[in-house]
Design a protein around this ligand. Sequence first.
Ligand code: GLC
Length: 528
Amino acid sequence: MSHSPWWHGATLYHVYVRSFQDGDGDGHGDLRGLISRLDHLQWLGIDALWLSPTMPSPNHDWGYDVSDYRGVHPDLGTLDDLDDLVSQARERGIRVMLDLVPNHTSSEHPWFVEARSGADSPYRDYYVWAPPKSDGSAPNNWLDDTGEPAWTWDKKSGEYYLHNFLPEQPDLNWWNPSVHAEFDAVMDFWFDRGIAGFRIDVANGLYKDAQLRDNPKHDEAYIYGREVQGRYGLQHLYNFNRPEVHEVYRHWRRRAERRPETPLLLGETWVARVDELAPYYGDNDQLQLGFNFPFIFAPFEAPALARMVAESLAAFPEGACPIWAGSNHDLPRMATRWAEGDDRRTRLAHAVLATLPGTYALYYGDELGMTDSDIPARLHRDPLTAGERNGQWPRDNARAPMRWDRTPGAGFTTGEPWLPLPEDESVNVTDQRASATSTLALVRALIALRNEKFAGEVAEYREVEVSESRWVYTSGPLTVVASFSAEPQRVDVAGEPVLSSATVREDLPAAGSPPVLRPWEALLLCSA
Ligand code: GLC
């Protein structure tokens, strides 16, 4: 008998470990702290955790520069702590996923240290090296994520090495079969320890053009006003999203499926259009989930969001599971970006994300309606965007510590928090748990409703009506009537109201009479 994969209809909770719960008073969140909050996460009803990078790292990019793929960063704990987290979470029905970074390593990883020791090092070919042009300049025009040349000169060997992110993050060479074998072994190491899957960093990276051709000038492709095709005037044609990457995922998927409980491969598929995202699902034989950035970047308007949903569902292969998110550690939070701090809109966003078919992903604090911080530049900790380098938005603003209560350390730490606590102390877990109508209570009720109505399935979605002021759809047995308007509006829908984003379960309209939607309210009705 075949069972649905556990992520179908499930809720995934993204923990930025350093900001979630400090267990030892050093101001940094850690694994023991996270373990101490598992009861809360169980109460919320989530199915799985995705932990931001946990592996040893010199932290030039807060763990996205890995120096040992088989360890735990000492700031966060030990391998024993991670094993303990996995088993304690399991006891509560929660799976644990890690962040895997296969596109690049840290420059302090022993492979790179060895590779850099000379052109004849056995590890040389683990990375992308190229000689200078005849005038001594970099091999091509590629720029890294900060807008600087993506090549760093290595005087000793007289060659450049490639880094699509910081110079401390040299790109691996996926043309080399040894790199494939290394990652097969790394994944096995974690799967054998009970890790339920990986969020795959820069999943649209890995392979680079074999000829290292220049990237074309940016052809000004914008989606919803956002520059998407590339950055800093160049299109990422030859250094990202290369066709060869798909074979890697077919291989990983085959290996995953050989395990008694198939691990989940969730890609950070950072592509601009849905038709570029769908190939990462392949013929349902590659990644089982891929983050939908075209949806995430859509403005918070019914026609734009509905269009992204329709395009996604049309583009994905039969049986694919979409994943819906509004925030992550690289972007302004959804309560700020989509909802502009208006709670009614944040709650509406949750109601939509939680009722679309597939997986619902929460970034820690989303469930409280946590907004971005405005951290002064002198306190920025993220080297990639510190001081708004090359006009970048400071990612620290979306990484502030979780507020658990109103005590001076917010229940997060007894020490000095590594990033300032969010300013608004009223947005905290304790107060919201005490209220039957808080955003937290709503998110919990939405998760419970998903579990009941979707029962581990990717619900069937049908668009009923989309206009500037509302979006009406069915998802499995639910009808969702979502107001995208600041005015009340009467709607004509059938079904029994079961949940409202405005009030949770209190004060629902009576069944049978056409309900009047409050501003920015989503009403969920049940037909069966
Ligand atoms: C991904 C991560 C981001 C990191 C980058 C380089 O985009 O989400 O935080 O800086 O990869 O690893």
